[in-house]
Design a protein around this ligand. Structure first.
Ligand code: G6P
Length: 614
């Protein structure tokens, strides 16, 4: 969480920083700030969005060809003007932006207070700014040495960009646990938490590794790893960005979320590209080439993830157990990492993450690695931390997802998990040749089927209008469709602030049924599958208590359509692929309800896209 940008070059920094911050606003949006390194060093910051910062800065001095910018998701200290970044040290020598958490900041703060330091904010970042300054002034060392010494006393995670007013010809960037990318232009450098602010300036980027420190000047940069036993410089590896600016624009849609929902036919095709061939019935996942033996021989597969990625993992459990016949468990990364889980060397752990940066998922990966398991990643952001810390994996290739509520990343994750399960099943023989070929053909049809569902947007909007004032909603599903119900409920609560629960339909009798009355919309995901008859009974139970039924059904269903208040039809598919279709109306329902309620769909309150704190 929190977005960081920086610039050093010959252009004016302010417009580059502001545009970059807007691209990173999905990472946090409770306050924003910039510092411009000019004759006086001007810092502007305020509570609110980047647009509030622009208003705040109007008419002020924004000169400067070096600068830093930050958009915040508060951890220490409420969102207000003072706690906003950048933070300046007490004597004004250092200006800092930070993404992450400094765990021992309280102890360091007390020591600095005893040495005469006064603090303006409640943040951990200001403690670091003052600690660096204290070492710099007291030790009479240069800025780089002061930063290095200060960081040796810090426990925590950080992506940092630091400017020293006495050394205005360079910026210092350090990464430990929070992402940081350097864009290499011609005579200029860009810094950012991810590549989206950089792509329109240069396609050459360096992904900092943990404990890397870059000193970036107009004439070049030096990189070293603070943990490395070898002293001296490290050779930077320059990667070419495959991202296009178009992919990070709204392209005529009202919101990123709507754009991303509509992108799904294409994003799923991108997930397939070069991997499945319906004509030859082949499926190949290059990223798992060296891990197929571990996967086919695994006694157990453990999936770890957070948020929507966790729901994709739940679908993955059903898929892997059905196609590959390997016992599979799914766990929230935040629980897994703290409960001393039993992990065997022949377990395979699959970490799912859109951003590839979720702190709990990263920590859970480290734990699984320590215990000797093979760890694989299913991630969307290329070059992010999770793919770099796993033994192998599969990129989802859904393209940048900017709306905080995840949509196309979910369907891409489920698509990848389907392919993994199929590949294991084919190798181990638990899927017959015919089943395997049929599934490949079925999978290839999914993008067109999603396009057909998206054409029903007006119908879905009309239903959504009727329930925009609901205060609660219940989502029900069975089997493969139970995780879809959970995902539907999460979508509704996160962007429209309506309380919603996702439940396995049969469990309704053990509690939630008590909530049902004539005001309660119950969204039932009831496409044709093995438990169809059972879910029909569940619908009758709701109707008997005057609940309102909105049912997602298979095209041509004439049983549920007679009982439900509303039905939304989706095309028929293999049961195992139904989540990829039935989730689409649920994404649209939550989108339309949130818009009708006047909510900020792309930036819901209190949330952030990338949760890089525990
Ligand atoms: C945040 C986001 C969710 C996302 C979750 C896990 O809560 O708002 O959309 O599902 O983090 O993120 P990851 O990047 O690991 O998938």
């Amino acid at each position: 969480m929190c977005g960081i940008v920086g610039y050093i070059g010959e252009k004016q920094a302010y417009p580059i920083l502001i545009k970059g911050l807007k691209r990173l606003e999905y990472r946090g949006y409770d306050s924003a700030g910039v510092a411009l390194i000019n004759a006086h060093c001007s810092t502007y910051k305020c509570r609110g969005k980047v647009s509030d910062l622009e208003a705040e800065v109007e008419g002020k001095n924004i000169e400067g060809t070096i600068g830093l910018g930050h958009t915040r998701w508060a951890t220490h200290g409420e969102p207000n003007d003072i706690n906003a970044h950048p933070h300046t040290s007490m004597h004004g020598k250092f200006i800092i932006i930070h993404n992450g958490i400094i765990e021992n900041y309280n102890r360091l703060k007390s020591k600095l207070i005893n040495r005469g330091y006064e603090f303006k904010s409640e943040t951990d970042t200001e403690v670091l700014a003052n600690l660096i300054e204290y070492i710099y002034l007291k030790g009479k060392v240069n800025a780089v040495t002061a930063v290095e010494l200060a960081l040796s006393k810090i426990v925590g995670a950080y992506g940092l960009v630091i400017a020293c007013v006495d050394e205005k010809d360079h910026l210092i960037a350090v990464r430990k646990g929070s992402p940081l990318v350097i864009g290499v232009g011609s005579g200029e450098y860009f810094l950012a938490s991810d590549a989206t602010p950089i792509v329109e300036h240069t396609k050459s980027v360096i992904y900092l590794q943990d404990n890397d420190m870059a000193v970036i000047g107009l004439n070049g940069m030096n990189l070293k790893n603070l943990n490395s036993k070898q002293s001296g410089e490290k050779k930077p590896i320059i990667h070419k960005l495959e991202l296009d600016v178009d992919e990070i624009e709204k392209s005529g849609y009202d919101h990123y979320m709507l754009k991303e929902i509509h992108e799904q036919p294409r994003s799923i095709s991108d997930t397939f590209r070069g991997r499945i061939n319906p004509a030859t019935h082949e499926l190949k996942l290059g990223g798992l080439h060296y891990n197929m033996d571990a996967l086919t021989n695994a006694k157990r597969i453990i999936i770890i993830a957070c948020g929507t990625s966790y729901h994709a993992g739940l679908v993955g459990e059903y898929l892997i157990e059905e196609f590959a016949r390997i016992p599979t468990e799914v766990e929230y990364a935040s629980e897994f990492r703290y409960r001393d889980p039993i992990i065997y060397k022949d377990d395979v752990v699959i970490a799912i993450s859109q951003s590839g940066e979720t702190a709990d998922t990263l920590a859970a990966i480290e734990l699984a690695k320590e215990k000797g398991a093979t760890v694989l990643g299913v991630c969307n952001v290329v070059g992010s931390s999770i793919p770099r810390s796993t033994d192998g994996g599969v990129y989802t290739h859904a393209g940048p997802e900017i709306g905080v509520a995840s949509t196309k990343a979910f369907t891409a994750q489920v698509t990848v998990l389907t392919m993994i399960a199929m590949q294991i099943g084919q190798k181990s023989g638990s899927l017959t040749k015919q089943e395997y070929s049929d599934l490949i053909e079925e999978l290839a049809l999914i993008p067109d089927k999603i396009s057909a569902i998206l054409k029903k947007s007006d119908e879905i909007k009309a239903i959504s209008e009727l329930y925009q004032h609901a205060t609660n909603a219940l989502y029900l599903g069975r089997g493969y469709l139970y995780p879809v119900a959970m995902e539907g409920a999460l979508k509704l609560k996160e962007i429209s602030y309506i309380h919603a629960e996702g439940y396995p339909a049969a469990e309704m009798k053990h509690g939630p049924i008590a909530l049902i009355d004539e005001n309660m919309p119950v969204i039932v995901v009831a496409t044709k599958d093995k438990s169809y008859d059972k879910i029909v009974s569940n619908i009758q139970e709701v109707k008997a208590r005057k609940g309102i039924i909105i049912a997602i059904v298979t095209e041509g269903d004439d049983t549920i359509s007679k009982m439900a208040d509303h039905v939304i039809e989706v095309p028929e598919s293999d049961f195992a692929l139904a989540p990829l279709l039935s989730v689409i109306p649920l994404q649209l329902i939550s989108y339309f309800i949130a818009v009708l309620r006047g909510c900020n769909v792309d930036q819901p309150r209190n949330l952030a896209k990338s949760v890089t704190v525990e």
